[in-house]
Design a protein around this ligand. Structure first.
Ligand code: SAM
Length: 525
């Protein structure tokens, strides 16, 4: 398989594994509405933010939509589109080393994207889909990179959408009027949902007892030489003298036996004016799936301006090119089932969050969003405010309801020396340990219990912060005969994390306990 190489690639290939885990701190004053809605806006570099979210959402997200910087090199945008923001420059220098100073802007973009895409993949359910907006600047690079990160076989396809209805005079003789949304699945089985059928297209002109239907052509695609049996008969409308011969270049879609079966079952629609139409096959609403294949070509958004939409919501122009909300709503309708989590780690003005709320209102869904924006001012003054207005309403536009929690990145889970940071609570460490031990998010637990969950038959326990009620040093955080007896029962192997262990190796073996010492036995990345 052809592979893409670029300066700095080696440095970032495994970088996502080395990114330290951080805590997420909730900011109540910037949060809005129902805190239990499951919606989240995280302010911070998405590399750290995604790593912080992973223990809670790994393998749980059905739909990721991202709109990363296109890397056009256009410095006039409100946000830097050329991967030169101070945060990313600092990050590149730290991660790629001195070489980071000399990277071309394409190398920088690829270095920035690779570890983030690698992390994003871990969020997807087996049947989940990632969709990425892009123009042609990095398209070829991105496709090769996605082949590497997601697997070539998991490429689903590209949506192409018409972005404008006036000439785009950035090039002399070619006006780029479209952008791409590239879709990959987590696995080969991943599929997009397709588009909803439009019920109003279905009619019942001849009162067929099977109800309304649309019609599909009966004309085929093969010549008489290729498929003689599809040219071997005429179609004759019963009770009339109307006859249709097969098109010599195309024939019919079925042979004579198939035609007779359709005829016997009254599945052929006859044109009212035989000189101007051809027989067609009925397709009944009652026999049609709710969804049809999604067209890859979207023309209906050409007159829309995301900047105007956001300007109308916030009362001021803040962003040059946010996406029109209906584009993202269409992405969500096609790719995010009604009860899933939608993740966008390049949130910008928060169009994805707004589109999730709008689509829920449109189809009664209960999708939740997680969006991440690095720029503090954008996140606080634009993203959060836009989503707040969407929830509460603005002008004559009624609110869509719901709420979200606003979070920032807190301390690292571990300090430089590998000790657990003082801010870390039992629930934080529990989520981290369960995730690093199993690769899965911690299951919901009933109340305060040292039993984090059972995975593949092994129970995982954590003794930390005196979870058993004994907070003395050398007390409840240490595995002794007493604390072992106090653990919720499990008939099978046990992994116990604690600050110390007073049980002998033969006793541990008898009890089928693997002991791991906190913090040294905890995987840090
Ligand atoms: C192209 S804009 C997204 C626009 C968005 N789809 C909308 O409709 O408003 C990209 C956004 O990603 C943000 N961004 C860039 N690098 C980031 C990073 N490493 N982590 C989080 N956000 C980042 C930028 O600040 C910018 O707001």
């Amino acid at each position: 398989m052809p592979e893409l190489d670029w300066v700095g690639k080696k440095a970032v290939l495994n970088h996502h594994r080395e990114v330290p885990f951080h805590l997420l701190k909730c900011n109540k004053s910037l949060s809005v509405g129902d805190a239990g809605s499951g919606n989240l806006l995280v302010q911070g570099d998405n590399l750290l933010a995604l790593k912080a979210l992973l223990p809670y959402y790994a393998g749980k997200v059905k739909c990721i939509y991202i709109d990363p910087p296109y890397n056009t090199g256009n410095e006039n945008w409100v946000y830097n589109d050329n991967v030169n923001s101070p945060e990313i420059r600092r990050w590149l220098r730290k991660t790629v080393g001195k070489e980071g100073d000399d990277l071309s802007r394409h190398d920088k973009w690829l270095c920035m994207m690779y570890p983030r895409l690698s992390l994003l993949r871990n969020f997807l359910t087996e049947d989940g889909v990632i969709l990425i907006s892009l123009d042609e600047t990095e398209l070829a690079h991105l496709r090769l990179m996605l082949d590497e990160v997601f697997g070539k076989a998991n490429f689903i396809g590209s949506f192409v959408w018409n972005t404008r209805n006036t000439d785009n005079r950035v090039k002399t003789y070619l006006s780029p009027d479209h952008e791409y949304i590239i879709a990959y699945g987590r696995s080969h089985g991943a599929s997009i949902l397709g588009r909803r059928i439009d019920r109003s297209d279905f009619k019942n002109p001849d009162n067929d007892p099977r109800g309304p239907y649309v019609t599909d052509p009966l004309t085929g695609k093969a010549t008489a030489t290729e498929r003689p049996n599809l040219h071997a008969y005429n179609m004759e409308q019963p009770g009339t003298s109307n006859v249709w011969k097969p098109d010599p270049a195309k024939g019919w879609i079925t042979d004579e036996a198939g035609y007779r079966a359709l005829l016997a079952d009254n599945r052929i629609w006859w044109p009212p004016n035989p000189a101007r139409g051809k027989p067609r096959k009925k397709r009944f609403l009652s026999e049609t799936q709710e969804r049809m294949p999604a067209s890859s070509f979207w023309t209906e958004f050409r007159a829309l301006s995301g900047a105007k939409e956001v300007g109308d919501i916030l009362g001021r122009r803040v962003f040059a090119f946010p996406k029109p909300i209906s584009v993202i709503q269409k992405v969500i309708d096609h790719c995010a089932p009604p009860d899933c989590i939608v993740l966008d780690s390049f949130a910008g003005t928060g169009t994805t969050a707004h589109a999730v709320l709008a689509q829920n209102t449109a189809d009664g869904g209960s999708r939740r969003f997680i969006v991440v924006e690095m720029d503090e001012a954008i996140s606080r003054d634009v993203t959060a405010q836009r989503i707040r207005k969407a929830i509460e309403g603005y002008g004559d536009t009624p609110g869509l309801g719901g709420g979200f929690r606003y979070c920032t990145l807190g301390a690292g889970l571990f300090d430089q020396a590998g000790n657990i940071s003082p801010e870390v609570r039992f629930a934080d460490l529990a989520a981290h340990i369960y995730f690093t031990e199993t690769g899965e998010p911690i299951p919901k637990r009933a109340g305060r219990t040292p039993l984090l969950g059972v995975h593949n038959g092994t129970a995982i326990y954590l003794l930390f912060n005196g979870v058993l009620g004994d907070k003395r040093p050398d007390g409840g955080n240490v595995l002794t005969s007493i604390t072992l007896a106090g653990l919720p029962q499990h008939d099978g192997p046990k992994t116990v994390y604690g600050e110390g262990c007073r049980l002998s190796p033969p006793r541990l073996k008898r009890e089928r306990v693997t002991f791991k010492q906190v913090p040294y036995g905890i995987k840090v990345t």
